[in-house]
Design a protein. Sequence first.
Length: 638
Amino acid sequence: MPNGADISTAPSSEIYYPSDEVVANANVPDYMEVREEALKDPVAFWDARAKEFLDWYEPYEQVLDDSNAPFYKWFAGGKTNIVHNALDRHAQSWRKNKLAMIWEGENGDQRMFSYFSLWKAVNRFANILKSMGVQKGDTVTIYMGRVPELPIAMLATVKLGAIHSVVYGGFSEQALANRITDAQSKVLVTCDGAWLRGKTVNLKDIADEAVSRSPVVQKVIVYKRTGQDVEMVPGRDFWWHDLEKLPIASPYCETEVMDAEDPLFILYTSGTTGKPKGVLHTCGGYQVHIATTLKYVFDLKEEDRWWCAADPGWITGHSYIVYAPLILGATSFIYEGAPGYPYPDRWWKMVERYNISILYTAPTAIRALMRFGEAWAERHDLSSLRLLGSVGEPINPEAWRWYYKHIGQEKCPIMDTWWQTETGGFMITPTPVVPLKPGSGTLPFAGVVADVVRANGETCDPNEDGYLVLKQPWPGMARTVWGDPDRYVETYWSEFRDFGWYFTGDSARKDDDGYFWIIGRMDDVIKVSGYRLGTAEIESALVSHAKVAEAACIGVPDELRGNVIHAFCILNAGETGSEDLAQELKQHVRHEVGPIAVPAAIEFVDNLPKTRSGKIMRRLLKAQVLGQPLGDTSTLAG
Ligand code: PRX
């Protein structure tokens, strides 16, 4: 059934209890009781948090409206704007001179923003977007490197009541073009280039090519980061710094009043077809979910220095770099580059320099840093750290222990947070007071009802693999797939339609203590270094090459990256496979989808195993590569 464990999990007997000090200082020391209470009435729990953490221009009339399930509504009737909670209110409070964001460039550049200065920068850019014709309800696509202007562009878009669609800077031409077309964005915000491991990525060139494939774009705003040569199309392309000098870029722009259920942003994620899936989040519930989870799980306090080392272009960055820390009035640190560049202790040096107290990253980064050895960490004073976090894929116990011992100095609990682009915020996660087991996300968060079930809906026995489902709606849930509500129902709500449950696409098991262990994806999604890729998108890039007739991709476990992609290609008649052609195809995927999607191996084959209805049986390909038994082959076409 499930696709198979990507990484082996630990025996559940290894338990790490929080120290008395951690418990005594936690924001929610009685979390276990709070969680019990919330289980009895999840809606009441979220209602209380909505009042505790957020201001509303006008109060909501109903917490949860389930009259049109699965199209749930949260906080209906409430008037809000996330930018009010994230910036406007702080810029007018004592926090105005508090640091909101500290940024370090790969080349050592440093920039700092107080709440007031960030608020002003966002106002200016909102006015610039307005002058480009952006209005409430429009979409703006943002394709940038990891610079402060990325969150600024997101916040400015939302200030106007428009909807952002951030496309991760590691995607290439076709991936970007598809996303622009699907969102119908008339305005694109990009950079000349981005720094990556001492080299520049030509973002503007990629954006130009994408715009030529997706001519809906009328205006392109370009932030200068690398200073490389780029072509500017007159009347279409504008430099950010030129626009900023114009009188239109005044430092005050009214924040649009939004309904709680108005669209906030679209974030494309991979699914089972090649067409990107625009996950839609809305203005009210999302805020409640992310502010609550950050406050409870990472125990955020006024004096913390929070470092979420994800990219703002993914959901982790949206929720926990940009929005939740600002809502809570925190100080965030952002680093432009890759871990371990230009030297293996770059991260640890920054932890020391900026006095980072909470670090949240992905297992793949931990494994990469672990490879360099702990001596690099030992060179630095990491005593400022008090909590650590992990996200994106199962963390193997070996990496967990290394992180705990050498980075957390055996005093920092590790928050292994399971969630998805679609859930908006953490769903299965400990808080600092929850005893930990390496490799387990522990328990569903307060107000979240999760379970592991069989195909017929029965709850699995302890330690039995099954489908991970969410049995109750939650405020940060995706509301639909942009422009395709049927796909939303089909993808998430059809597997357990009779029960009204959301199916996550993951397989999992619960142990004897009720702790959840994520096994991996059950669908055609592959997690490579924590990045989520759909086999279909890579396959369609492969078949767009003139020599390829058919392609199939699978994920194969990899010690460092969690999984790598293994591609099978059938060539057109008259073509023969060779190492050169494999290289050419890898280059082609890099160009069309992006470097993260490049297969580690390409195998040329004469046919692919298919069901009688023509569906490729990737399960069989995977078993073949891993040398495992083929299992049930009764549906295989003869
Ligand atoms: O398979 C699960 C895995 O990542 C998937 C969601 O990917 P994405 O939408 O890109 O969001 C990633 C960041 C929230 C899930 O279906 N996943 C995420 N976090 C964990 C995880 N697997 C195991 N443990 C985690 N902590």
